[in-house]
Design a protein around this ligand. Structure first.
Ligand code: NAD
Length: 260
């Protein structure tokens, strides 16, 4: 049964979410794509997934910065694929600034998308998972859910919070065949980290490649960014039968960042 459960992956039009969608589709799951992109781009992506993997595929561009937007995404998913037995809370945004001058609207936005949306979607989808006695919830947190870096007050608060939410959901549903886990990536090569690479290149007057190496090496003993596909494979593993006793965990994929 679990092999063919539809999967909702938030923020799956780009980066890590898109890689997770490819991995899960390749394994035969129906996929609900989601992200802030045009309906035309959403159509193109769906066509690509249906033809490449021969699976059912839906798309929603609901803005999940609000509770209403989250409800819309859940409704769009049910309409396209039925109840998803697997939820991957992946959508996330970043803004860097010192705490004493952090813009209030950026704080609210980061908390809303990186944390509250995961709560609203989990709350919405759990009753059907519980009725089914099976479910998988994977929250894409970050090393910044485990440790801090300067200039990331909102992001660290949201990602630490997401790990707390993961643990509570795991405990409450441990007797219902439902697991909840967090994945904590270090640097992953996606558009999210580009502004941080460009800022270093500008400030240090070095090229983009040197800036990338500097950004990654400053935190990771193993100085390579993780491929987004590696996160997809871990999600697939957590959704499989061998992972049924893995719940409430936070799994770093971080080149040794949090071992220090
Ligand atoms: P990305 O910028 O490539 O993709 C983000 C996705 O979220 C996009 O599909 C975007 O449309 C969607 N999104 C953003 N705001 C939204 C909103 N209001 N409503 C609906 N969708 C919205 O980012 P990524 O690097 O793939 O990051 C994915 C997740 O992984 C995030 O939660 C991020 O914090 C986390 N993460 C990333 C890294 C990294 O190094 N890239 C490291 C650790 C954790």
């Amino acid at each position: 049964r679990e092999q063919k459960q539809p999967v909702l992956i938030t923020g799956s039009t780009s980066g890590i979410g898109l890689a997770i969608a490819h991995t899960m589709a390749r394994a035969g799951h129906a996929i609900m794509l989601h992200g802030l992109t045009s309906p035309e781009e959403g159509e193109d992506l769906q066509r690509q997934f249906r033809s490449e993997y021969d699976i059912a595929c839906g798309f929603s561009n609901a803005d999940i910065a609000t509770e209403t937007g989250c409800a819309q995404l859940a409704a769009d998913t049910r309409e396209a694929l039925g109840n998803p037995g697997i939820l991957v809370n992946n959508a996330g945004v970043q803004h860097t600034a010192e705490t004493h001058e952090f813009p209030a609207e950026q704080w609210q936005n980061i908390l809303a998308i990186n944390l509250s949306a995961a709560f609203f979607l989990t709350r919405d989808l759990l009753p059907d998972m519980r009725a089914n006695d099976w479910g998988r919830i994977v929250n894409i947190s970050s090393v910044h859910g485990l440790v801090a870096s300067q200039q990331k007050a909102a992001y660290c608060a949201a990602k630490h919070g997401l790990i707390g939410l993961t643990k509570v959901v795991a405990l409450e549903n441990a007797d219902r065949g439902i697991t909840a886990n967090a994945i904590c990536p270090g640097w992953v090569e996606t558009p999210l980290i580009q502004p941080q690479i460009e800022a270093i290149a500008r400030e240090e007057n070095i090229d983009i490649e040197a800036a990338r190496t500097q950004l990654i090496g400053a935190k990771q003993p193993l100085p390579h960014a993780t491929n987004p596909e590696a996160i997809g494979e871990l999600v697939l593993y957590l959704c499989g039968e061998f992972a049924r006793t893995i719940t409430g965990t936070s799994l770093p994929v971080d080149g040794g960042w949090t071992a220090q």
